[in-house]
Design a protein around this ligand. Structure first.
Ligand SMILES: Nc1ncnc2c1ncn2[C@@H]1O[C@H](COP(=O)(O)OP(=O)(O)OP(=O)(O)O)[C@@H](O)[C@H]1O
Ligand SMILES: [Mg+2]
Length: 161
């Protein structure tokens, strides 16, 4: 006879709930870097952010979007080069923004995250994009597969109530 096991886990810690979210998809064109900044800015305005918080997140988002455009899709036809942007706002005032591309991917993510590492020195890139994202957000997660694409997740807590 099989034994039925019941497990009950009780915790006083409550997981934050998703309060609001959006998803959008747009072509990887440099004109859309401004679009991404603006849409994220409009979304977090619900949190009544300080000018500094808002500017930090917008800068981090535009670094990630620029990377998808200039690195991720550098060898691809613009027609099927899309950027997938999603954002979630949680009940503890944390905002999580995901920027995803289906471009060439990054062979060594650890190396790419190092300050001043760039594969495009001739285009006058300084290799500081990921460093800027890390310093302007509370958390950054980068996952990438060569030939499949890159996902950057930015997390930032806002001080507003
Ligand atoms: N979405 C992406 N797809 C493919 N490669 C990427 C992507 N994002 C970053 N990389 C790689 O990681 C490297 C480091 O990125 P980072 O943004 O830190 O610097 P950069 O873009 O080279 O220079 P900067 O951002 O200062 O103009 C890039 O040079 C590129 O090789
Ligand atoms: Mg960059």
């Amino acid at each position: 006879m099989s034994e039925k096991r019941n497990t009950v886990t009780k915790s006083t810690k409550q997981n934050p709930e998703t309060v609001n979210s959006f998803k959008c998809v747009f072509p990887a064109r440099s004109v859309n870097e401004g679009f991404a900044r603006t849409i994220v800015s409009a979304f977090v305005s619900q949190l009544d952010p300080t000018i500094g918080e808002l500017s930090d997140l917008k800068t981090a988002v535009s670094e990630a979007v620029t990377n998808s455009i200039v690195h991720g899709y550098k060898d691809k036809n613009i027609k099927d080069s899309l950027i997938y942007l999603t954002a979630k706002r949680f009940s503890d005032n944390v905002v999580v923004v995901e920027i995803k591309d289906k471009g060439c991917g990054i062979p060594d993510v650890r190396q790419a995250l190092e300050p001043m590492f760039t594969t495009s020195p001739s285009e006058e890139r300084s290799g500081m994009g990921f460093t800027v994202m890390s310093s302007f957000c509370d958390k950054i997660k980068v996952s990438s597969t060569v030939g499949k694409g890159t996902t950057v997740i930015l997390e930032k807590r806002f001080s507003s109530t």
